[in-house]
Ligand binder design. Structure first.
Ligand SMILES: [Zn+2]
Length: 264
């Protein structure tokens, strides 16, 4: 018998909560740790679509990257999106566990995987965990071939299986030292620049951070918040599947990037 608690315990060993950012809200956020799990689903975010899929699929536990709930709630009613989702989850007895920034920073977490996908050598945390130099926020490493920015950008798009990425900087400029930080990690751009990076890879950031990058001479590659993290919840479903034999688990099939491109 597999319980919600045993899966949360495994996630704790895989992505310890002490690695999570101070402002974050990680771990078991909805549900009963002693409840039995036969079917589980990973996804990036709790949304009406992912919850409907979980309800229809008879899921007992959703492992969601982004925490839900995140903000403190003073009432839980069907009159808000958050309240309705919580009521739908509890009516279907679906638990929610969110590793979030602990998963970003783990040894086999999102940023380590991104660094691996880009072929970065000797990747170490951009901001190391005080207790362990090989864990922490973001990753920083060297390209094998000092490839031009455009080649690295295409490598990232290929790894994430997306049609394209945005860049800031000269596409022909060779890139050697690269920092990666999934999601919306523009606040780490200065840290990357201070550590001598040629290039910073993240999901999304602001126009003013793009201008800052240009002024500092550090290239940027933006993959989109969704794409920079979604691949990892697919990998997490595989990890949980091999850890828990007999557990039926999949990554959400309905989840989509809410942002779409329209060509002129
Ligand atoms: Zn995110």
């Amino acid at each position: 018998m597999i319980s919600v608690g045993s899966i949360c315990q495994f996630l704790e060993s895989f992505a310890p909560q002490r690695l999570a950012a101070d402002w974050d809200n990680v771990g078991l956020l909805v549900g009963d740790p002693s409840a039995i799990v036969e079917r589980a689903m990973t996804c990036l975010t709790v949304t009406p679509e992912s919850v409907a899929e979980a309800v229809e699929g008879g899921v007992n536990l959703m492992v969601t990257h982004h925490p839900f709930p995140f903000h403190p709630l003073r009432r839980v009613t069907t009159l808000t999106v958050e309240g309705k989702l919580l009521l739908d989850l509890s009516a279907a007895r679906i638990a929610v566990c969110s590793p979030h920034t602990a998963f970003d920073s783990a040894a086999n977490g999102i940023n380590a995987r991104l660094a691996g996908g880009l072929g970065l050598r000797q990747a170490v945390p951009l901001q190391a965990d005080p207790l362990s130099a090989d864990l922490g926020t973001g990753r920083i490493g060297e390209t094998v071939d000092a490839a031009p920015l455009s080649t690295l950008a295409r490598r990232l798009a290929g790894f994430l299986k997306i049609g394209g990425v945005q860049i800031v900087g000269d596409p022909l400029k060779p890139v050697r030292r690269v920092a990666v930080a999934c999601g919306s990690a523009g606040d780490l751009l200065r840290t990357a620049a201070d550590q001598g990076c040629d290039c910073f890879v993240t999901g999304e950031t602001s126009f003013h951070n793009a201008l800052f990058a240009q002024a500092r001479g550090i290239s940027l590659i933006l993959a989109g918040h969704y794409a920079s993290e979604r691949f990892a919840v697919e990998a997490l479903a595989d990890t949980l599947s091999s850890e828990f034999g007999g557990l039926s688990i999949w990554s959400s099939r309905r989840e989509r990037d809410p942002l779409a491109w329209i060509s002129a």
